[in-house]
Design a protein around this ligand. Structure first.
Ligand SMILES: Nc1ncnc2c1ncn2[C@@H]1O[C@H](COP(=O)(O)OP(=O)(O)OP(=O)(O)O)[C@@H](O)[C@H]1O
Ligand SMILES: [Mg+2]
Length: 353
């Protein structure tokens, strides 16, 4: 097949940002580009897909995406693009594919938009009885009512990923610090802010490939927060992800497969499958799940385009889970392409959407 790999590089995101805000003085080291793909990732994915026997062209999902796709005329778009900017950015590449009637891997624009907006996602999960931490949403200008909360709480921007805006100091123990954090986060990220009940239990991340009704669940990854500096919060914060964990001194924060009982594993897997079905996700995704004080698994967050850093030292969970399942890096893409092809042809797992 001719496959276009649609990606968003850190450089491409910076270029687009400077086009919009020429006087911003930003550079690619800014937190705002943390979700962009590095040249190493783009190249590794391209090589992996080419190694499966496909003709691959890597295409930056910038404002020229439509033009470049029209020129290449792919049979399939493999979508790992973050999009451009704004709360709906991940929907951008799939919408272009929809417009051009090009088949693409992964979830559609609606599911991507919803999962990126954590508050909207939580509303849908809650309406469908899928466990997630209780929450309140604040928008600029709202009165900040913090009465009747269970403490501590965690405060995060509604539409970010890669732990942007989730710092070690994002957990608040009282109304004063929570109020201050909400105001700061609203001002800095220019989007709604979510306040969530802080779940004290163990944390897992669950990689999935395939489609409803029977997506494959890869071995569950457990996060080991004892690896963080002693005084740090037991969360996978921006500092834990990007500052304390480096390829030269990796934090051994992940255990895969998680050492959990069959009962707990089944509970986590069932929750992940229900969320996958409810949000109409497709082909692959990664869900962050954490236990409440009573041990009930709750969805923290859903990543329909999971991170796939190729270097094992970079501690990327999806490839780690794949390795634990006995899959090499290219097998991830082979399986996702197979899931997408099967779905698109209306095959066994294709009927759902
Ligand atoms: N309600 C909560 N209770 C406890 N910890 C939480 C809660 N919400 C978030 N966290 C912690 O903060 C981390 C980052 O949160 P979240 O997964 O929402 O952010 P993200 O930036 O979207 O992550 P990703 O990089 O996976 O896209 C979680 O992995 C978890 O450790
Ligand atoms: Mg997360």
């Amino acid at each position: 097949m001719k496959i276009a790999l649609a990606y968003s590089s850190k450089r491409g995101l910076l270029k687009e940002y400077l086009r919009r805000f020429p006087d911003s003085g930003k550079d690619s080291s800014d937190e705002c580009f943390a979700e962009g793909d590095s040249p190493a990732t783009i190249n590794a994915v391209k090589q992996a897909i080419a190694g499966l026997g496909h003709e691959v062209r890597a295409i930056e999902a910038d404002i020229g995406l439509e033009r470049k796709l029209l020129r290449f005329k792919p049979d399939l778009v493999y979508n790992i693009a973050e999009g451009l900017f704004g709360d709906f950015r991940e929907s951008y590449a799939p919408i272009v594919c929809e417009k051009l009637s090009l088949p693409y891997t992964g979830s559609g624009p609606l599911a991507l938009g919803i999962c990126l907006h954590k508050a909207r996602c939580k509303e849908i999960l809650t309406a469908n009885g899928i466990a997630n931490p209780s929450f309140r949403v604040f928008r600029t200008g709202d009165a900040i009512d913090l009465s009747g909360l269970k403490w501590p709480v965690i405060i995060k921007p509604a539409a970010e990923g890669s732990s942007k805006g989730i710092f070690d100091r994002s957990v608040a123990e009282d109304e004063t610090s929570a109020g201050k954090l909400i105001a700061e986060t609203l001002a800095q990220y220019n989007q709604p802010v979510i306040l969530e009940e802080f779940l004290p239990g163990a944390e897992f991340t669950v990689a999935m490939i395939g489609n409803t009704p029977s997506p494959e669940i890869l071995p569950i990854v457990e996060l080991d927060f004892s690896q963080l500096p002693g005084s740090a919060r037991k969360i996978y914060s921006y500092e834990a992800k990007w500052v304390w964990d480096t390829p030269s001194a990796p934090l051994r924060i992940f255990h895969c497969p998680a050492a959990i009982s069959d009962v707990r594993r089944t509970a986590i897997e069932e929750l992940a499958k229900r969320a996958f079905r409810t949000l109409e996700l497709r082909d692959w995704c990664r869900m962050d799940i954490r236990l409440a004080a009573d041990g009930t698994p709750n969805i923290i967050e859903i990543n329909p385009i999971p991170g796939i850093l190729p270097d094992p030292k970079e501690n990327s969970c999806f490839p780690k889970a794949a390795r634990a399942a006995g899959y090499a890096y290219p097998d991830i893409f082979a399986k996702v392409i197979q899931a997408a092809t099967c779905r698109l042809s209306g095959g066994a797992h294709g009927a759902a959407f």
